[in-house]
Design a protein around this ligand. Sequence first.
Ligand code: RP5
Length: 165
Amino acid sequence: MKVAVFFGSKSDTETMKKAAPVLDEFGVAYEAFILSAHRAGEALRNTVARVEKDGCEVIIAGAGLSAALPGVIASETILPVIGVPLECVSGVSNGLAGMDALLSIVQMPPKIPVATVGIGNAANAAYLAVEILAVKYPELRAKLADFRKKMTEDAVANGGTGVEL
Ligand code: RP5
């Protein structure tokens, strides 16, 4: 396992699943855990220590509402933590649409950052995890370079040489 994916509730699963195909595409091994910082603090701490011991190198953490999970994980490890703010699908965030989680996750105190992606964007969290790992693994760096080259070619092909309006 190179990446550990944490999220706070079963209700977050559908959104956090979007990290999986990206990590699969790059052949990055991962494990996922549903552990809330507020509801299961001790189990969370133990699991963070366990994955770190098992060789995990990057952590992705998604949570909704008062989204403490990524910050609490950051306080337990020096591994890079990528936070995914989530819209709470159980409806109790009263139309805040994930803004509550975004501000909770992005506004970390000085000296202990969480790298925050857009609301619900677990796929981008996975791409960022791949980029971090690519610093160390040349094979992954090569795959990432190919992926970016194709992305750019597709973008240019898709209207970049001019379109009829
Ligand atoms: C957060 O509270 C979870 O990450 C989830 O987004 C939100 C609501 O959780 P449930 O009440 O659906 O379990 O901790």
